[in-house]
Design a protein around this ligand. Structure first.
Ligand SMILES: Cc1cc2nc3c(=O)[nH]c(=O)nc-3n(C[C@H](O)[C@H](O)[C@H](O)COP(=O)(O)OP(=O)(O)OC[C@H]3O[C@@H](n4cnc5c(N)ncnc54)[C@H](O)[C@@H]3O)c2cc1C
Length: 391
């Protein structure tokens, strides 16, 4: 691994371990958004990671994002996912923001403001093209009306990117834009914290926009270019971060199961000596190893062959998230009653991992997209992939 990645990972690992040590035996609170953790990320410089170098970041390298998300997820799935969501906002502004938007928002986002990306709605599910929120021109302003749900960082967000229909005429079909809003915009209200199975420390909530008035220059990128912003900032970037959250959770589960299998003895024999337990360990090891390699390979190739980024990111997210659920499940089985009880963080990891198979695009819809791209290719992929095999 190149030195710059090692430095980023070391810094994230040190920070994650310090946060966990500070939190004490129960670990980082799983049910509350941690402003304290955000401050620590700001102090370490990692909160600005996705911003361009002139705004204290490293730009849109998905490997850097994945390394930080992975280390954070090993101690808190919620903190890691909040970081990924915030980073997707920085990434969208870096790629598509006007210079005024960058100058105004990126320093704030580096200094501790929290970003949220609001796309999904009650009637849209994972299909972004079904959103009904509208941004209508009113003189020199836009009026934003609609609502979004399950928005990561929603309760805490100071800076919001919202996908909206931007064209009231829709002569050539619907057109979508990404609108940049301050968290204090009049007309914006937020629901209570969503109460969920897991990932409850992400400040997730519903957001309602009642004729929120923003200057028309608050469109990020071109009017009608919203889907392109989503593709670059969410699919081709944040998906790698989300995959790394799954990998971090899975890796932590394996660690805990291995320790338990060595330390727990029955009739003088460690349970790790039992064949049934070993088979579970082998399966976990294979899934964690394969997820790690797939994620690094996919993130590397996405940079080198951007035309393949959607397939690579979708594949990495789908495989790592499904694998993490299986690994967490097996780890609980290895630790049995101790895994099921709250004395170990496994039950929490399991609930967090489950959410990553739904987050942004469900496993099924990712599968639909992946199959479409693979069918278009009309053949299996060469191995090793030419762009890696030539090294
Ligand atoms: C942890 C977490 C974080 C999230 N963060 C954000 C966020 O930051 N911003 C945001 O905007 N949203 C966020 N969401 C919302 C998330 O994107 C949606 O929950 C997700 O897109 C699925 O939509 P839905 O829940 O309405 O499911 P539905 O779309 O109702 O799907 C229900 C079921 O039907 C299946 N299904 C639906 N359509 C098809 C189809 N065409 N083919 C096959 N199967 C189909 C689905 O796979 C699923 O099994 C988050 C969700 C979670 C769980």
């Amino acid at each position: 691994m190149q030195e710059e990645y090692r430095l980023i990972q070391d810094s994230a690992k040190r920070l994650a371990e310090a946060l966990a040590a500070e939190a004490g035996p129960g670990g980082i609170a799983a049910d509350a958004f941690s402003r304290q953790a955000v401050e620590a990320l700001v102090a370490s410089g990692l909160w600005a990671l996705a911003s361009p170098p002139e705004y204290a970041g490293v730009g849109g390298d998905p490997r850097a994002l994945a390394l930080v998300a992975y280390e954070l997820a090993r101690v808190s799935g919620s903190l890691a996912l909040s970081f990924v969501a915030h980073s997707s906002v920085c990434r969208a502004l870096d790629n598509f923001g006007s210079s005024a938007q960058k100058q105004d928002y990126l320093p704030r986002l580096a200094a501790g403001s929290v970003g949220a990306f609001a796309v999904h709605e009650a009637a849209s599910g994972a299909v972004a093209a079904a959103v009904a929120t509208r941004a209508e021109l009113a003189g020199l302003d836009l009026l934003l009306t609609g609502s979004k749900f399950f928005v990561t960082n929603g309760r805490e967000a100071d800076v919001i990117l919202a996908l909206a229909r931007s064209d009231s005429q829709e002569a050539d079909g619907p057109s979508f834009s990404v609108i940049l809003l301050d968290g204090s915009t009049p007309g914006l209200t937020r629901g209570p914290h969503d109460s969920r199975m897991g990932l409850n420390g992400t400040g997730s909530c519903e957001m309602v926009f009642r004729r929120c008035r923003v200057p028309a220059e608050q469109v990020v990128g071109d009017v009608g270019g919203g889907m392109g912003v989503l593709k670059a900032a969410l699919v081709e970037y944040a998906f790698f971060g989300a995959a790394a959250v799954s990998l971090g959770l899975a890796n932590s589960c394996l660690d805990i199961a291995l320790r338990h299998a060595s330390e727990r003895t029955i009739q003088g024999l460690a349970i790790g000596e039992q064949q049934a337990v070993r088979l579970m360990i082998a399966e976990m090891d294979g899934l964690v190893g394969a997820s790690g390699m797939l994620l690094w390979d996919a993130a590397t190739r996405a940079v080198e062959t951007p035309e393949q980024a959607v397939l690579l990111a979708s594949r990495a997210k789908r495989f790592t998230s499904s694998s993490a659920v299986r690994v967490a499940d097996l780890a609980i089985q290895v630790c049995a009653g101790h895994g099921y009880s709250r004395e170990l963080p496994l039950e929490n990891h399991y609930r967090d991992a489950r959410g990553l198979t739904i987050h942004y695009k469900t496993t099924e819809l990712l599968g639909f997209d992946i199959a479409g791209l693979v069918l278009e290719r009309r053949g299996a992929e060469a191995w090793p992939p030419p762009e890696l095999g030539s090294e």
